[in-house]
Write a protein that binds this ligand. Structure first.
Ligand code: FMN
Length: 171
């Protein structure tokens, strides 16, 4: 059975709630809060499947608990080939629509450059924003949630994404 690690950084709890719901949907998965539980980049090696969660801040940047880990990954460049990876996180398409969910795009590019294979792309339909580094054609490279403007859709989006991952990743 694939070992699934859900690594998340969340400042006000939105991405955290999504991570917790995901972990309920994916039995046997392990939750790693980047602020409390993260020990170093070797922790990524422990899992076959990496679910990477981060809200977007500043000018499209990952949540603050991801800053050092991403820097270390980019510098030390561990070989993540053979691992399956997928991205999720919170943003605000209205007030921050000029960089909606952009952290997911930056993280996707880094993990893929280290050899991981990305899954869990979702349609951009149903979101209204100006620009996103997470957009790939008519999809986002992961799951976007927006509790500021579309809170009532979050639970269904997360549950549907968990089921998409089970299918695509054969979990
Ligand atoms: C100062 C500030 C900057 C933000 N920048 C962005 C951004 O660039 N892109 C985006 O999609 N959301 C942005 N947001 C919205 C947050 O990502 C959103 O509030 C999210 O729900 C926080 O999730 P978390 O609780 O998991 O950290 C920003 C919010 C604040 C307060």
């Amino acid at each position: 059975m694939s070992k699934v690690g859900i690594f998340f950084g969340s400042s006000s709890g939105v991405t955290r709630s999504a991570a917790e719901l995901l972990s309920q949907q994916l039995s046997g998965s392990e939750l790693i809060d980047m602020e409390e539980d993260y020990d170093g980049i070797e922790q990524f090696e422990d899992f076959d499947v990496l679910l990477i969660g981060s809200s977007t801040w500043g000018q499209g940047d990952p949540q603050r608990d991801w800053v050092d880990p991403l820097y270390d990954l980019d510098n030390e460049r561990p070989d993540l080939s053979g691992k399956k990876v997928a991205f999720f996180g919170a943003g605000d398409q209205k007030t921050h629509g000029e960089h909606f969910l952009s952290a997911l795009g930056k993280m996707n590019d880094l993990f893929v450059s280290l050899g991981a294979e990305a899954y869990g792309y979702t349609p951009t339909d149903g979101y209204t924003y100006k620009f996103s580094l997470a957009q790939r054609g008519d999809k986002f490279c992961g799951l976007g949630i927006d509790d500021v403007n579309q809170e009532d859709m979050t639970q269904d989006r997360v549950v549907a994404w968990a089921s998409q991952l089970k299918d695509e990743m054969k979990l």
